[in-house]
Design a protein around this ligand. Sequence first.
Ligand SMILES: C[S@@+](CC[C@H](N)C(=O)[O-])C[C@H]1O[C@@H](n2cnc3c(N)ncnc32)[C@H](O)[C@@H]1O
Length: 259
Amino acid sequence: MTESSSENSPENSDSQDSSLENNTGPESQDAPLHRRGIKSYVIRAGRMTPAQNRGLDDVWPRFGLTIAQGRQDLDALFGRQAPRVVEIGFGMGNSLIEQAQTHPETDFIGIEVHAPGVGKLLDEVDKRGLSNLRVYREDALAVLEQCLPEGSLTTLQLFFPDPWPKKKHHKRRIVQPAFVELIRTRLMPGGTFHLATDWEAYAEWMAEVMEIAPGYANTATQETAPYVPRPTFRPLTKFEARGEKLGHGVWDLIYQRQD
Ligand SMILES: C[S@@+](CC[C@H](N)C(=O)[O-])C[C@H]1O[C@@H](n2cnc3c(N)ncnc32)[C@H](O)[C@@H]1O
């Protein structure tokens, strides 16, 4: 994961350029990134702690999901009907764990490619005895497209996605028209797409993409539009807390599926 969007971030390294050259597939510019061979993330080797290894090895069989399982029947998966929240790119999972613990009446699905984060989340799920959380260790775009049923989600959360600040890397930003349209189809009518970033230029990019995306309405009031005040229900992540100390601003956007 990218611990900070402004420091140590993979997008600041020119070594990433080669993956952009994969953008040669037959899919049109309107297709979601994964169909065009573009990744919104970088998988980096990192040391795993014993707890993270335990999460991946011992807890995964009970809570891990794979693309190979295909389209999920979420009522069967969780054994009940409930509001359903998906978080894309949960990092080390602080926000997701806290929400799952404070909202036992809601089911949560986390999607993250970063192995230490997935391991940490699973270890916490087990330690806290949670039954309302499942996890994919896959590209979120493929999961949305192939595994999550249309109209099935109450909320989709995208908190502090990698900002890819260099212009030549903007095509790696996960927020793109095809991505937000894919999300719209997975939300139930009235469901919400919540984005947050501490990178002002990315906040503006998000607003630009979302304001012209068909089938969404911004929930912000005139005073703060296109942004909403930081919602108290969004837990503070380690990442955001560090940004706050450094004086970074944070921008939240919440859009509702209209049709
Ligand atoms: C800057 S980090 C933020 C992590 C976390 N949301 C937080 O606030 O601490 C962005 C995360 O998104 C993940 N990510 C980026 N693109 C992804 C994708 N297509 N599928 C799954 N995870 C992705 C990265 O691995 C990384 O951990």
